[in-house]
Design a protein around this ligand. Structure first.
Ligand SMILES: *Cc1c(COP(=O)(O)O)cnc(C)c1O
Length: 402
């Protein structure tokens, strides 16, 4: 989870924003429309895309919107394209969104380095492919070095390239998805541009497109005419319609706008470089204690495998639970699916070397404990308010009071 400046929370709570009614007329919400317009322009600048919609409420919702736009585009061209290619390292929301948008999913196997190879792509790239979804850097924290060739293959096939922007924290200010061949993308504001990630809170998944897809964006668009901000339904003929009531999760948009303006271009680039440096530091300190299937250099995150490195009967799940005992928020585990006993480490840009060293020490200690005192790891957490839950029952029949 990223550190999110408290000042952004304060801005989101400003009375002037928080007391607005969504049915107020345009003239009375000029400031809010300006914030959204400015945020759209900033996201265009960061991504290289030409237009953005801020409506989708999460990354998955953005994927769904983006794929509906792609479906509508091919419909307008009267081309029958029914398939979406999804790499096997993708987040589960990718195939889910593709299915919901009415497509058939074609799974693409990553190569031995955990990336997409043109040779594997060639085998599944048929004439009925509408689009390929890619996450860059991918969920293993590896930059997809064959993008230029992949983009060429996809576009020569008449298909489009979708960028899952959940990992934009590694490349903002450094590489722009539109410049490297992508046509449509979403950004998870709650992963990169303030707003705490996790806990099921409100998110936001703006979708960016290149100009040839503008007419398919959700309605309404926010436009600027003679220094006035307006809500426009001009694209209603071809638009995919509305993705969310009113304008999206407005407080999340406010926080993102504040974050971008506070850091500026130089600050955003610095955040990415620092996030990448931090992840590589942690990786280099842990690489002799665990396996790192994708190699010894990463982007803003890396995925380790604890298989063969823990005491008998101890799993990654137990290590994650034991981390809670030492006061750490448990990281993502068992994802991506292509890594056995996976644990994902994403230290983010704001953590100091001291904090990273403490985390490395704790993780190393737990690995040792799993051999010398496996019982304590297996029974973890023991220092928390509740100990290990039956997770299925906790999800299905939650006790919401005591
Ligand atoms: C988090 C994530 C998503 C889904 O985003 P939500 O905002 O949780 O819906 C999609 N792809 C990747 C790679 C992610 O990490």
């Amino acid at each position: 989870m990223k550190y999110n400046p408290i000042v952004n929370e304060k801005i989101a709570k400003f009375e002037e924003f928080a007391s607005l009614h969504p049915y107020q007329s345009e003239e009375t919400i000029q400031g809010s429309l300006e914030v959204m317009y400015e945020l759209e322009r900033a996201l265009c600048e960061i991504s290289g895309m030409d237009y953005f919609t801020l409506q989708p409420a999460a990354g998955a919702h953005g994927e769904y919107a983006g794929l509906l736009i792609i479906a509508q585009y091919f419909k307008s061209k009267k081309e029958k394209r029914t398939k979406i290619i999804v790499p096997d390292s993708a987040h589960g929301t990718n195939p889910a969104s593709a299915a919901l948008a009415g497509f058939e999913i074609v799974s693409l196997k990553s190569d031995e380095n955990g990336i997409i190879s043109p040779a594997n792509l060639k085998e599944v790239l048929t004439q009925d492919v509408a689009c390929m979804m890619m996450t860059v850097p991918n969920t293993l924290g590896v930059f997809e070095k064959n993008i230029a060739e992949i983009s060429k293959m996809i576009h020569e096939n008449g298909s489009l390239l979708y960028y899952d922007g959940a990992n934009l924290n590694a490349v903002m200010g450094i590489a722009r998805p539109a410049d490297i061949g992508f046509d449509v993308m979403h950004i998870n504001l709650h992963k990169t541009f303030s707003t705490p990630h996790g806990g099921g809170g409100p998110g936001s998944g703006p979708v960016g497109v290149k100009s040839f897809l503008k007419d398919f964006l959700p309605m309404p668009l926010i436009i600027k005419e003679n220094d006035e901000f307006k809500v426009s339904f001009n694209n209603k003929k071809q638009s995919i319609g509305k993705m969310k009531a009113f304008f999206g999760n407005f407080p999340v948009l406010l926080k993102a706008c504040a974050y971008v303006k506070a850091l500026g271009g130089v600050g955003l680039k610095e955040a990415s470089t620092q996030a990448v440096l931090n992840a590589n530091y942690v990786l280099s300190c842990l690489k002799d204690k665990v396996s790192i299937p994708a190699g010894n250099v990463c982007m803003h995150e890396f995925v380790l495998s604890s298989k063969g490195h823990l005491g008998e009967g101890i799993k990654t799940l137990d290590v994650a639970k034991r981390l809670l005992d030492y006061g750490y928020y448990a990281p993502t585990i068992y994802f991506p699916l292509i890594v056995e006993e996976a644990m994902m480490i994403e230290p983010t840009e704001t953590e100091s070397k001291q904090v990273l060293d403490e985390f490395i020490d704790v993780l190393s200690k737990i690995i040792d404990e799993s051999k010398t005192n496996p019982e304590i790891v297996h029974n973890a957490p023991v220092n928390t308010f509740v100990s290990r839950l039956n997770e299925v029952e906790a999800a299905r029949k939650p006790k919401l009071h005591w």
